[in-house]
Design a protein around this ligand. Structure first.
Ligand SMILES: Nc1ncnc2c1ncn2[C@@H]1O[C@H](COP(=O)(O)OP(=O)(O)O)[C@@H](O)[C@H]1O
Ligand SMILES: [Mg+2]
Length: 256
C-alpha cells in the first residue's frame, strides 16, 4: 500500500543574516535527518517541547519552507516546483488560533467557499452545495452559512477552520496545536470531531502538539521530537505506557 506521507532524510532551517559578515545568509538549522511515514487514514502524533521544530516540519510538509531531503504526499513530491493546486487537494492545515485565520467580517459561507474560488473550482451552486456538505461534516447546521465569523464562539471558529481545510477533499491534514488554545471541554469536542472525520472520510492527520495526553488520546502512532531530531517513534500505547528514551519519560512526567 502506498504511503500517504513519506518524509526522508529531511533537514531544514531558516536563513539568518550574520551581523558582521556583509549580510551573508547563514542557515540556522532547525531540523536534522527527519524520517517518518504515515499510512492512509492514519492519525500520527508529533510531540515535543516548544521550540523543538514541530511547526517547522509542518511547514516543510505544507510546502511553505525549503528543505533538503524528500517529502512525498500520496506519491507526489512536495517542495520547490511542486504543482500547488494538486498539493492543495492533497494536504491542508489547521492552526492554533482560529480567530487569526478567519476574516471576522466575512460570512461563514463565503469563508468556506474561498478555497474553491482561489482554485477556480466548481460553479456557484456547486460551491454552495459543498459548503453545506462540509458544514455537516464539522457538526454545524446549514444556517451557519449566513453568520459572520466574529459572531461565533472559539470552538465554532475552529470548526470553520477545519471546514476550510476539508473543502478540497484532502487526504492529509496537518493540525498544528489545533486544540491547544481551546478550553478543555471545547478541545475534547474538537478531538472527537477529528476522530469522526477519520472514520467518515479516511482522513489522515499529522497531529502536532506539545500535549502528550491529547496525542495519546487521539493518535495511532507517535513520534517524539527533541532539538530538531526524532528520538523515538512507535505505536501510541508503546510510547506512552512504555517509553524507551529517558527524555520521553521526562516529558510524560511533566505532563499534567
Ligand atoms: N521564521 C523563523 N525565523 C527564524 N527562526 C525561526 C523561525 N520560526 C521558528 N524559528 C526557530 O526555529 C526553532 C523551531 O521552532 P518551531 O518549529 O516553531 O518549534 P515548535 O513548533 O516545536 O515550537 C526555534 O528555535 C525557533 O526560534
Ligand atoms: Mg509550533
Amino acid at each position: 500500500m502506498e504511503n500517504l506521507l513519506s518524509v526522508r532524510d529531511l533537514s531544514s532551517g531558516y536563513a539568518a543574516r550574520s551581523l558582521g559578515g556583509f549580510g551573508r545568509r547563514i542557515e540556522k538549522q532547525v531540523l536534522y535527518d527527519i524520517n517518518l511515514e504515515m499510512g492512509p487514514g492514519e492519525i500520527f502524533g508529533l510531540v515535543g517541547e516548544s521550540g523543538c521544530g514541530k511547526t517547522t516540519l509542518g511547514r516543510c510538509i505544507l510546502g511553505l519552507l525549503d528543505y533538503r531531503g524528500d517529502v512525498y504526499i500520496d506519491g507526489l513530491r512536495q517542495g520547490r516546483g511542486a504543482d500547488r493546486r494538486e498539493m492543495a487537494k492533497r494536504v491542508q492545515a489547521v492552526f492554533q488560533d482560529p480567530a487569526a485565520s478567519l476574516n471576522p467580517a466575512w460570512r461563514v459561507g463565503w469563508i468556506l467557499e474561498e478555497p474553491l474560488r482561489i482554485n477556480n473550482m466548481g460553479s456557484g451552486p456547486e460551491r454552495r452545495k459543498r459548503v453545506d456538505e462540509v458544514l455537516e461534516l464539522v457538526g454545524l447546521d446549514p444556517s451557519y452559512k449566513g453568520r459572520r465569523a466574529h459572531e461565533l464562539s472559539v470552538g465554532q471558529k475552529q470548526r470553520i477552520c477545519i471546514g476550510c481545510a476539508l473543502m478540497l477533499g484532502p487526504k492529509l491534514i496537518i493540525a498544528d496545536e489545533a486544540v491547544s488554545s481551546l478550553d478543555v471541554s471545547v478541545g475534547a469536542q474538537v478531538l472527537n470531531l477529528f476522530r469522526e472525520l477519520r472514520q467518515n472520510l479516511a482522513l489522515g492527520m499529522l497531529f502536532i502538539s506539545h500535549n502528550l495526553n491529547q496525542v495519546y488520546y487521539l493518535c495511532d502512532r507517535i513520534a517524539v521530537m527533541r532539538e530538531g531530531r526524532i528520538i523515538e517513534q512507535g505505536r501510541a500505547e508503546d510510547v506512552y505506557l512504555n517509553p524507551r528514551q529517558p527524555y520521553t519519560r521526562a516529558l510524560l512526567a511533566a505532563a499534567p
